[in-house]
Write a protein that binds this ligand. Structure first.
Ligand code: NAD
Ligand code: MG
Length: 395
């Protein structure tokens, strides 16, 4: 369980707790939330707990009871050790952001069943990750609700080559986020708490901001192209404010298959954990009468430029997608720290994409170098923005 203390991590442990006879937790990993990881260790008794932060690892070690069976490891080497361990069959990749790439890739290279929530790793290193899956015989099961829905609506065993099985398009649904009806002027003044108040889903703060800017859909657009081996023109985005249809697959004969359910990640998580069987997840059954309506509209790329920027990054190929992701992470963090405005996020990404070289992503070092360079360019641009914003009397 990588990212066990987060939103996906705690939902995953909730599902696992319902099926103690079926799953044993080998390792739990998180960045620095000692209290949450400690209580998870006490409940699930993993063989290992991994903390990225050194002080947090020391603190956790000192707080575990003397008779505990859990050994505390630290850092990237700790993550690598647990994801490649022979005892491990399934790795839940639920670290947030680019930080998840090395461990997700290591799990894929080790031939594990990878439950992929950490979409940023696929956006950055899609080519490498999919190649690792093919070469090692690993299985990648998408946990992102849209891709999980698409996976469920694809012909059996056709996830990797859908064009041969009569699939014409994938229709990726988007809630539209909390600012779906906001004007640009309103979004200029949006606060982090307003951006994180998603109408349908409860999620970590980074992905919540991505949902508000529609960059989440941009990242998911890239994710869909990689997972299902689709050309970008075969992925359409449809705004569906109720978030009941989690995505659809359109076939050559005019059929459209959709997966519906309440917006609760435990459905996708249980599907990944149980596949090809179905597991009880704790999600209440869908009440269609209470739902009553399913609405659809086109995304407004003028008010939400992040979707266009993600499309442009796919079209450019190479390390552009990693650059787009890194610039977005820098911008979202600055917005959450109230250093820039919400509407500055796409400006930071666009500037960074224009000023970082696009390279062939032949290995992890090239991708990490592009990520580092993009963070530097984005941070410099941010510093200039902050001066301008400061001069305007805004913080
Ligand atoms: P979160 O912020 O709630 O949790 C993030 C987890 O990652 C925490 O356990 C944290 O300790 C850990 N972490 C952070 N930085 C780390 C680092 N450097 N090294 C190791 N661990 C680190 O995030 P979340 O909402 O659970 O999202 C996790 C991932 O799942 C993201 O990639 C997100 O896009 C994806 N996802 C989330 C949802 C959702 O509903 N929350 C839905 C679809 C996809
Ligand atoms: Mg999603």
């Amino acid at each position: 369980m990588l990212g066990s203390t987060g939103s996906i991590g705690t939902s995953t442990l909730d599902v696992i707790a319902r099926h103690r006879d079926r799953f044993e937790v080998y390792a739990l990993a998180a960045h620095s939330s000692v209290d949450t990881l400690l209580s998870q260790c006490l409940e699930f008794a993993p063989r290992y707990a991994v903390m990225m932060d050194e002080d947090a690892a020391t603190l956790l070690r000192s707080q575990l009871p003397a008779h505990s069976c859990t050994e505390v490891l630290q850092g990237e080497s700790g993550l690598a050790a647990v994801v490649t361990a022979a005892e491990v069959e399934v790795v839940m990749a639920a670290i947030v952001g680019a930080a998840g790439l090395p461990s997700t890739l290591a799990a894929a290279q080790a031939g594990k069943t990878v439950l992929l929530a950490n979409k940023e790793s696929l956006v950055m290193g899609g080519h490498l990750l999919m190649q690792a899956v093919r070469e090692s015989g690993a299985r990648l099961l998408p946990i992102d609700s849209e891709h999980n829905a698409i996976f469920q609506c694809m012909p059996v065993d056709a996830q990797a080559t859908p064009s041969d099985k009569g699939v014409s398009k994938v229709l990726l649904t988007a809630s539209g986020g909390p600012f779906r009806r906001w004007t640009h002027a309103q979004m200029v003044a949006a606060t982090p708490d307003q951006a994180c108040a998603h109408p349908n889903w409860s999620m970590g703060r980074k992905i919540s901001v991505d949902s508000a800017s529609l960059m989440n859909k941009g990242l998911e657009f890239i994710e869909a192209c990689w997972i299902f081996d689709l050309a970008p023109q075969r992925v359409d985005v449809v705004v569906h404010p109720q978030s009941i249809i989690h995505s659809m697959v359109q076939y050559l004969d005019g059929s459209v298959l959709a997966q519906l359910g309440n917006p609760d990640m435990r459905t996708a998580i249980a599907y990944g954990l149980g596949w090809p069987e179905r597991l009880e997840s704790g999600v209440p059954p869908l009440d269609l009468i209470a739902t009553a309506r399913l609405d659809f509209e086109s995304p407004d790329e003028a008010r939400f430029p992040c979707l266009r920027l993600a499309r442009e990054a796919v079209a450019a190929g190479g390390t552009s997608m990693a650059v787009c992701n890194a610039a977005n992470e820098v911008a979202v963090e600055a917005f959450l720290d109230e250093q820039i405005r919400f509407t500055d996020i796409p400006a930071v990404i666009e500037h960074t994409l224009e000023h970082v070289d696009n390279l062939e992503p032949v290995n992890l070092s090239v991708i990490e170098a592009a990520d580092t360079q993009a963070r530097q360019v984005a941070s410099r641009f941010l510093a200039n923005l902050q001066q301008t914003v400061g001069a305007l009397g805004r913080v």
